[in-house]
Ligand binder design. Structure first.
Ligand code: ATP
Ligand code: MG
Length: 586
């Protein structure tokens, strides 16, 4: 196919769109791939739609290759199945809910676990029918709080979602690993730099889960990696638990006046001045900071929660959120303080925290707070802190929680070295659902022994539209986009320059010959557009190979330029088709 720029529905822009912050957003709009229709909602123009379909084709091929079968569900879905799994509520404000003319509740699908589970339940009933893998490439709707970065985070976006159905957990592992292998092929073919990280299960429930993150400086996801190959989403990092310490010889806890110490910093300074340690100065990490939040549960109830972390670390809200899902975090308000008079603001300590203590508030502490560790913490009296409070002797929490921030230099949980942080864009997610959905919706089959068993499921997503933007994030320069060949809107961009009819005729026959040889051609056949503008456009659009047919034609040559490296070579007109076929096949 030849795309002729004289008629192609395309306007490139010299200026960045005002609302664009990240390179992919700027470039995809400027190069005429997408146009914004509403916040987080985009239209695909011919070049963009071609790239989107190229990405889809790669995903489809690799899904088919592992025996997954393509289906297509509606995007407009009834409420009932989502009611059965609680997600009509749990999804919160992210769900687009709507009513039909009779007042019936509907939603625009944010993801389709329920529908797939019910469809399989409808038609299958025996272990002999399994394993089964189904997928679709579908438009999804999520009313994201911060639609940003163009199509990286849209409110309408294209996702490949697949689901596997197995008779046992062992059988499931085979399905999971097949998907994992397919994802590696997909992201390799998309030309992305990516890492596979351990992830938390998120709102979907289930346990094992991995994410594929495209490495990108301005990615929204922070992950950590170690020199020994550990990689995890920050939400999934676990803290190595130190061994318990002996405490028989520790001094008894003692409350002390610590006036004017509203911050950990002022507290530590005060301790060093008034209560110096013999062995070393006090550190912020000797203090135990207790943070109060409210958990808003899906059933509408509000539960206060106290989280204790070493004073040198902040509570990481995303980590905490991941731990308490499906509950949502809310601030602890004035009214909540009023309702818990045992809490002395600024001086809250383990003495009143915990389900069995005066406040009755559930108290979860950082895993570093092991038996025998000594802490300085609030004494539950205005202006006082308690020193030498020993965990396991003087207080016991209701449990531990991974809520403290993860820092560069922290040890990897598997002993593979110190962690460093990096950023990425979540491209794909493979997910062990277990029996959450099959239980909620009653998907059972008869096993070999004629016994009813609940099906084990997996769910797997690829951000298809997001991939288009992530590829641009990964692959661009100051002049524009640099597409990997397989997803590019064309293989070769022929630029005809000048006013000479002979040039346009030669360029046109080159385009025809390439087209006949199966090479995808974008042909800048515009008359009266300056060479400078055409060159700029070709760099902005980002087709991997650019061929300039112009002045050189008088000497019988065209110029072939590699968009990525900038390397140029002169090729005799007669040899151009062969040379270009060779480049395209590389
Ligand atoms: P995120 O953490 O980025 O919000 P998610 O965990 O909600 O993503 P999943 O429900 O696992 O995402 O969806 C599968 C894939 O769909 C993601 O890996 C991502 O590539 C893509 N995706 C999710 N939300 C969006 C969005 N708003 N816009 C574009 N792509 C998205
Ligand atoms: Mg996810």
């Amino acid at each position: 196919m030849i795309l002729r720029m004289s008629t192609l529905f395309l306007r490139t822009l010299r200026e960045d769109p005002v609302d664009a912050e990240v390179p992919s957003h700027k470039l995809l709009v400027r190069a005429g791939y997408v146009r914004r229709a509403a916040p987080g909602i985009y239209s695909w123009l011919p070049l963009g739609y071609t790239v989107l379909r190229n990405v889809e084709a790669i995903v489809r091929e690799e899904m088919n290759a592992i025996g997954a079968q393509e289906v297509h569900f509606p995007a407009l879905l009834p409420r009932e199945p989502y009611e059965a799994t609680n997600r009509w509520e749990e999804y919160g404000d992210n769900l687009f809910r709507l009513k039909d003319r009779k007042g019936g509740d509907y939603l625009l699908g944010p993801t389709h676990e329920e529908m797939f589970t019910l469809l399989v339940k409808d038609l299958y009933s025996s272990y002999k029918d399994l394993p089964l893998a189904l997928y679709q490439i579908q438009t999804k709707y999520r009313d994201e709080a911060r639609p940003r970065a163009g199509i990286l985070r849209g409110r309408e976006f294209v996702m490949k979602d697949s689901y596997t159905f197995d008779v046992s957990d062992e059988a499931f592992m085979t399905s999971y690993l097949a998907h994992r292998a397919a994802y590696i092929k997909i992201f390799d073919r998309l030309g992305l730099d990516y890492v596979i990280v351990k992830a938390t299960s998120g709102a979907m429930g289930g346990s094992a889960s991995e994410e594929f993150l495209a490495t990108a400086e301005n990615g929204e996801d922070t992950y950590v990696r170690s020199p020994g190959g550990y990689a995890a989403n920050v939400e999934a990092v676990t803290t190595p638990v130190p061994p318990p310490l002996p405490y028989d010889d520790e001094p008894a806890a003692h409350a002390e006046d610590t006036p004017d110490t509203p911050t950990i910093e002022t507290l530590v300074a005060h301790l060093n001045e008034r209560f110096p340690r013999a062995d070393r100065p006090w550190h912020a990490s000797d203090t135990l900071k207790n943070v109060l939040v409210i958990l808003h549960h899906p059933d509408g109830t509000r539960e206060p929660l106290a989280v204790g972390v070493p004073g040198d670390r902040e509570v990481d809200e995303k980590r905490l959120q991941a731990q308490v899902e499906p509950a949502e975090l809310e601030p602890f308000t004035e009214a909540d303080f009023a309702a818990h008079p045992a809490l002395v603001r600024g001086y809250i300590g383990p003495g009143v925290l915990g389900e069995k203590n005066a406040s009755g508030i559930r108290y979860l502490v950082d895993p570093r707070v092991v038996e025998g560790t000594r802490w300085v913490t609030g004494a539950n009296t205005p202006g006082q802190h308690v020193i030498d409070l020993v965990a396991g002797r003087d207080f016991t929490a209701d449990g531990t929680i991974e809520a403290a921030e993860v820092r560069a230099g922290d040890p990897a949980p598997d002993g593979s070295g110190p962690l460093e942080t990096a950023r990425g864009i979540e491209m794909g997610h493979i997910f062990q659902l277990g029996r959450k959905y099959s239980e909620a919706l009653g998907l059972q089959v008869l096993d070999e022994n004629g016994k009813l068993v609940t099906v084990t499921m997996g769910s797997y997503g690829v951000g298809v539209s997001r991939a288009v933007a992530a590829i641009v994030e990964n692959s661009h320069d100051d002049a524009g986009i640099v597409w990997p060949r397989e997803v590019a809107p064309a293989d070769v961009h022929i630029v005809a320059t000048g006013k000479d009819d002979a040039v346009f005729e030669a360029a046109s026959s080159l385009a025809d010959e390439l087209d006949a040889a199966g090479v995808r051609v974008l042909f800048d056949d515009r008359r009266g557009v300056s060479p400078g503008v055409k060159f700029k456009d070709s760099e902005l659009i980002g087709v991997p190979t650019i061929v300039v047919v112009g002045r050189g034609l008088a000497d019988g040559v065209v110029e072939v330029k590699d968009r990525a490296t900038g390397e140029r070579e002169e090729v005799a007109v007669g040899a151009a088709v062969d040379r270009l076929r060779e480049i395209v096949a590389e």
